[in-house]
Design a protein around this ligand. Structure first.
Ligand code: ATP
Length: 297
């Protein structure tokens, strides 16, 4: 399966330029779309899911013209939106059966089999008769995956699915996604770097509507090898001074002191130690390069 996005742009009526000439190819397996809030991820996801129109550009899912052949896309696509509404009083079993009918699974025997299999796959079988309003965040998200899998889609889009989940629920949800990703292409949109690091053989970073990077996380990490340096900085003044001289890509407060990470080809000065690069470095470096480029313009 290949999803090929070419020159996609979108400006909302209020003037926000949410997508700027995005071109991207997404193949099999899990693909991570990483970006901060407001980057344009949901706009891109909704456009692929045929729920809104771009101003220009094309999207092809293998031979299907996504922007023209919406019914054909919907038959092969599962979507878990950021805000996923259900009838709260309905049980998972009844809601999933209802959604299955809407997906065109009209044969009662076949529907029962599919619904039961999906509730088992998402570990919700024991809770199938409980009202959805009683579900935890993680259970709701797993239910969201069950509904996205109705109709055997080849492509599944999940938009910020782990935001708000506690660590155990998040873990369980990511395991579920990864098992699905073996058979189906999954696009995982997220602002959480670890989600991508743990699951996705390929990724893209977008911010302010622009594509900043596309590739394998391992390659992006390798490109930073030996170029990330760390130092603990005692005062705000020293931090400001270093920020004006060096490419400081991130700074965390650790026990009241700033621990900074700097991008540089060689040791940037006294007190710096070489550290392993992480995907967060890739992410913050790309975001800071974009801000610096904008400031220079
Ligand atoms: N319907 C809309 N009308 C006007 N502006 C919009 C609309 N939807 C999104 N935007 C704006 O477009 C930009 C991209 O939003 P989008 O929701 O696609 O980003 P995102 O990466 O999904 O971020 P978030 O996780 O915060 O939703 C933001 O500045 C947002 O405020």
């Amino acid at each position: 399966m290949a999803l090929t996005i070419t020159g996609l742009s979108k400006t909302y009526p209020n003037g926000v330029h949410a997508l700027k000439n995005i071109s991207l190819t997404i193949g099999n397996n899990m693909f991570g779309l990483l970006g901060p809030n407001g980057a344009g991820k949901s706009t891109l996801m909704r456009t692929i899911a045929t729920l809104q129109e771009p101003d220009s550009g094309t999207i092809f899912l293998d031979g299907i013209d996504v922007l023209q052949q919406k019914d054909a896309v919907r038959q092969t696509l599962g979507y878990l939106p950021q805000e996923f509404g259900v009838y709260p009083k309905m049980s998972a079993l009844d809601m999933l059966s209802h959604l299955a009918v809407m997906k065109g699974i009209t044969n009662a025997g076949e529907r029962k089999e599919i619904v039961e299999a999906l509730l088992n796959q998402t570990n919700l079988w024991a809770f199938r008769k409980k009202a959805l309003s009683t579900y935890s965040g993680g259970m709701k998200q797993r239910f969201g995956i069950a509904q996205a899998l109705l109709g055997k889609p080849r492509l599944i889009i999940v938009d910020e699915p782990t935001a708000g989940l506690d660590p155990a629920e998040r873990n369980r949800f990511l395991n579920l996604l990864s098992s699905i990703g073996r058979d189906v292409t999954v696009i995982l949109s997220t602002h959480i770097v670890e989600d991508v690091r743990e699951l996705c053989p390929r990724m893209a970073i977008i911010a302010a509507g622009e594509l900043l990077l596309e590739g394998a996380p391992s390659e992006a990490l390798a490109a930073l090898n030996g170029k990330i340096w760390s130092k603990v900085v005692a005062t705000d003044d020293e931090l400001r001074a270093l920020e004006s001289e060096l490419r400081v890509i991130s700074s965390h407060l650790v026990a009241g002191q700033h621990e900074i990470r700097v991008f540089a080809d060689s040791a940037p000065g006294e007190g710096f130690r070489a550290v392993d690069s992480g995907l967060e470095d890739v992410y913050f470096l790309n975001l800071s390069s974009q801000s610096a480029a904008k400031a220079a313009n």
